[in-house]
Design a protein around this ligand. Structure first.
Ligand SMILES: Nc1nc2c(ncn2[C@@H]2O[C@H](COP(=O)(O)OP(=O)(O)OP(=O)(O)O)[C@@H](O)[C@H]2O)c(=O)[nH]1
Ligand SMILES: [Mg+2]
Length: 292
C-alpha cells in the first residue's frame, strides 16, 4: 500500500485546480480563466486498491498587493512544507521565463521529492514541448517533467501511476469515502464565486467573497440556500447588480445550475449583495469572509 500527501503548487492560473479535478475524477476545486481563483488549500483524495493519493490544491503564486494575497501566499508555502511530494504545475502554453525557472527551483529543491507537470499542451505547438523541457533541465530543474493536458486528459494516467510509485509505503491517511476535506457549504460558496469570476471582468471578481447564511434541505430534498456576495466598493455593487437587477439575476441562475449539479438536487437560491470597504486588507474581515 502506498499513500501520502501531494502538494500541487505553481503560478496563479497555471492550471493546478483543473489538474487536481481531473486526477481526482471529481470537481473538488473551482476553475476560472482569471488568476487567483483558488484562495484556500483544498484536498482531493483518490483511492485505489493499493494506494491513496491525497492532493492538496493551493492558491497560485503571484506578487500579492493585499493582505488576503499575502495570507494566500503563506497558505501555499505552508502547504508545501509538510507533504510527501510536490507536484509543480507549469503552464506550458504561456511560455517559460527565467522567472518561472527560478520559482520552480524554490519548490524543486531535493528536500521534498518533486516533479513538474507541464500543462496545457493541447493548445501549444508540439515542437516547443521538447525545447522547453530541455530548457528547464539546463536551467537547473532536477526532477522528472511530465507534459500533460488536463483538459484533454493527455498523459494523466501516466502521471497518476508515477505519483503512486513515488509515494511512501503506508496505510491510508484519509478515511475511506472522503473525496475532499471541504464541506458542501464551502463548495456552494465557491461555485457562486466561480460564476462571478466567469461573468465579470477586471477587478470586480477579485474583491468578492461569498458567505453562506443558510444551507438547509427540506423533506422533499430541495436545498434552501441563502448567501451574501460581499464586494469591496460601492461601484462594484452596482456592477454586480446590473440594470434592474439583470446581472445578479443571470449570474445567480448560472450558479444555481452549478449547485444543483454538484448537490444532485434542486436548489432554491437567494442572494444579497453588500459592501465591505477594502475587506481584503482587513484581517478581521478576511477571517470572517474567507476561511484560509
Ligand atoms: N487548454 C487548456 N486549458 C487549461 C488546462 N488546464 C487548465 N486550463 C485553463 O486554465 C485556466 C486556469 O485554470 P485553473 O485550474 O483555475 O488554474 P489554477 O492554477 O488553479 O489558478 P489559480 O487558482 O488562480 O492559481 C482555466 O481557464 C482552465 O480552463 C489544459 O490542460 N488545457
Ligand atoms: Mg486554482
Amino acid at each position: 500500500m502506498r499513500s501520502g500527501f501531494i502538494a500541487v503548487v505553481g503560478r496563479a492560473n497555471a492550471g493546478k485546480s483543473t489538474l487536481v479535478n481531473v486526477l481526482v475524477g471529481e470537481k473538488v476545486a473551482i476553475v476560472s480563466p482569471k488568476p487567483q481563483t483558488t484562495r484556500n488549500t483544498v484536498m482531493g483524495v483518490v483511492n485505489g486498491e493499493n494506494y491513496q493519493l491525497v492532493f492538496v490544491d493551493t492558491p497560485g503564486l503571484y506578487k500579492s498587493s493585499t493582505r488576503l494575497g499575502d495570507d494566500m501566499q503563506k497558505a501555499t508555502e505552508d502547504a508545501a512544507k509538510d507533504v510527501d511530494f510536490i507536484l509543480y504545475v507549469q503552464d506550458g502554453h504561456g511560455g517559460i521565463s527565467d522567472g518561472d525557472i527560478e520559482l520552480m527551483k524554490r519548490y524543486v529543491t531535493g528536500k521534498i521529492p518533486a516533479a513538474v507537470a507541464y500543462t496545457k499542451i493541447d493548445i501549444m505547438p508540439k515542437e516547443r514541448i521538447k525545447d522547453d523541457v530541455q530548457r528547464l533541465y539546463e536551467g537547473g530543474v532536477t526532477c522528472d517533467i511530465f507534459p500533460v493536458s488536463a483538459r484533454k486528459g493527455t498523459n494523466i494516467s501516466k502521471l497518476k501511476d508515477y505519483l503512486v510509485s513515488v509515494l511512501p509505503e503506508g496505510e491510508r491517511v484519509m478515511p475511506d469515502g472522503i473525496v475532499s476535506d471541504r464541506s458542501e457549504k464551502f463548495m456552494i460558496a465557491e461555485i457562486m464565486r466561480e460564476k462571478i469570476l466567469l461573468k465579470f471582468d477586471d477587478e470586480v471578481p477579485h474583491g468578492i467573497a461569498v458567505v453562506v447564511n443558510k444551507f438547509e434541505r427540506d423533506e422533499r430534498g430541495v436545498y434552501d440556500i441563502n448567501l451574501d456576495i460581499v464586494c469591496e466598493k460601492a461601484n462594484h455593487k452596482a456592477i454586480l447588480i446590473g440594470k434592474g437587477g439583470s446581472a445578479i439575476k443571470q449570474v445567480s441562475s448560472f450558479a444555481r445550475e452549478g449547485m444543483e449539479k454538484f448537490l444532485g438536487a434542486k436548489v432554491f437560491l437567494t442572494t444579497y449583495v453588500r459592501v465591505e470597504e477594502d475587506w481584503r486588507n482587513k484581517p478581521g474581515l478576511i477571517r470572517d469572509l474567507v476561511i484560509i
